[in-house]
Design a protein. Sequence first.
Length: 379
Amino acid sequence: MDTMATNNTSKTRTATRIMFLSAGMITAAWASIIPYVKYNVQISDGVIGGLLLCLGAGALAGMPLAGICAARYGCKRILIVSVACFATLFLLIPLVSNIASLIVILFLFGMSIGLTDCAMNLQAVVVEKASEKPLMSGFHGFYSLGGMVGALVMTSQLSFDVPVFIACVVTAALVLALLVYSRGGLLNNAQDSSGPIMIMPRSIVVLIGLVCGILFLSEGTVLDWSGIYLTEFLDVETSKAGLGVASFSVAMTVGRLTGDKIVSSLGPRKVINVGAITAIAGFLITLHTGSMQLAMLGYALVGFGCANIVPIMFSATGKQDVMPESMAVTAVSTLGYAGVLAGPALVGFGAELFSLPISLHIIVGLMVGALLISLKIRV
């Protein structure tokens, strides 16, 4: 009971929110400087794609390591080290002028992000269980909010001709200041270190991971392909191609920041069912309209519908008893991130074989599959 009380304080909840905010900030800040990196190192789009895979490979490598370390040392040490690392590595990126160094830095940058992702979700699971009320949607909402803050901080600086390195310094300093402020609320409680360091995902955890993977895949599809779909199939001006992502992102952020109250009111099962149907309807509206305004509505419905499903899945990870929490969260995070990496490539491959609209309809089919799989999960 003392441990539960320690895990359920305003300090631990605030620290958890700040970790999600920081991860979202650094991810968006990195996206903001990709064009500069391309120019600085003088590389092609294909090489940039390969570098993004290096970052993703680093994240996938870091996630299992986070589960092992969190079980031994607790979330606090992992988060302090990983957040400090990605803030420091972010400073190095604009200074690099050759591909070999960039590969190494981006792999380590991705690894630190992967470590942070797993550790912060594990802390979120523990804090939510101790509070005995829904908190996960709000935590994930702060990640979305962090993305907006990171993009705004970087873009506003660069628009005023602040040198890229100085802009990175400001962003990294802000992240480090948030880390120092929140360190007292990070959890130290490690699990029994006498067990195996790795466990293969089991039954219900695999199902939770599949649902997260499909949801992340769907989100990645909107982020990476909405602009192309709008310009090539709805004749939207290139300058307005980002409106799809904007509609999706704002709706998802609002959905997550209000999600805890929605889940408390309706219950997690109803939120999953209604959310999945809303997202599916949003995709179909976008794919079967000739109106840009209706397409924007469709992308907003996808964002709002998907908003709370992944947080509920992470909450379900904390309720299962077939695996230790640290290993279960690691497995779910890894499967989910695999969806992020695989999504854009699968959509592109499908577009080559058939067409982009048909490929996007396949994503709709996967969303239906995720809804059916979720029915087997106790939430």
